[in-house]
Ligand binder design. Sequence first.
Ligand code: PSU
Ligand code: MN
Length: 302
Amino acid sequence: MKHIVFSPEVEYGIKHGLPILALESTVITHGMPYPENLETAKVLEAIVRHSNVIPATICLLDGVIKVGMTEHDFDKLTQSKNPEKISQKDIIYAINGKLTGGTTVAATMFIAWKAGIKVFATGGIGGVHRNAEKTMDISSDIMAFSKYPVIVVSAGAKAILDLGKTLESLETLSVPVLGYKTDYFPAFYSSSSPFRVRRVNSCSEIADLYKVQQELNLWNGILISNPIPVEHEIPGHIMEEKIEHAISEANAQKVNGKDLTSFLLSRLVDMTKGKSLKSNVELIKNNVRLGCELAIEVANNK
Ligand code: PSU
Ligand code: MN
């Protein structure tokens, strides 16, 4: 496929219909500091392989879209000086400019769909930012859900967002949002929020829903919201205070656009003395475990 290079295992997996799990890379380049980013990326790949699923971490290296990364690719990405944050709109620019960077949920969904990969696990999706009525800052992750039929496992939307508005936008775009063993939309660092979602209790149930969606040629994605394990959560009221503080710092320093999300996440890591980073790592691991189970169910449910 033009502009896309598959790792040998992903190429083999696609050809034989084996379970494959897509993973994004903005979390590596912009979501976490070094060396936790590289360590986490490697732990995630190990979890996937251990589950007998093929990992397909997606990024851009020197203008080439990689679907499935080698060890050398990971070193190259994490050692790159100023990696780009590549959302869907940035892909053409990154290819022409031979740039290196991490792909966001939106860009990763698009690439996964092009590659024929059906399941993707991430930490938390982007969504509608607080004060979006003034700034119009709405992540293109939301739009990607209306365009690409990929199942995305996430711990809800990032807590720095306006969760109510994020859910309303997903509803407008007709995106099914399902709670894995929960009736409430998880809030990233905490396992619950006041917002209700439709509950599912098993991966086979999700695979069946996905099958119906494919049979009807419905082209939207499905969001599986998977709560952070309670032993790793930070209570909502503790995070809320810090999030408000980080947002006021961002306003004072005029941080906006694509820099806002990474600014807020890194301020939270400082303000919680690393606790939010630990939670972030654990919730992604938890999502990847569920993503693997789902990738197997979907591959067997043709
Ligand atoms: N979740 C994290 N860390 C991140 C992101 C999500 O824990 O860095 C990234 C994802 O790649 C997501 C992106 O797609 O942030 C959203 O950015 P924006 O709000 O600028 O669209
Ligand atoms: Mn934005």
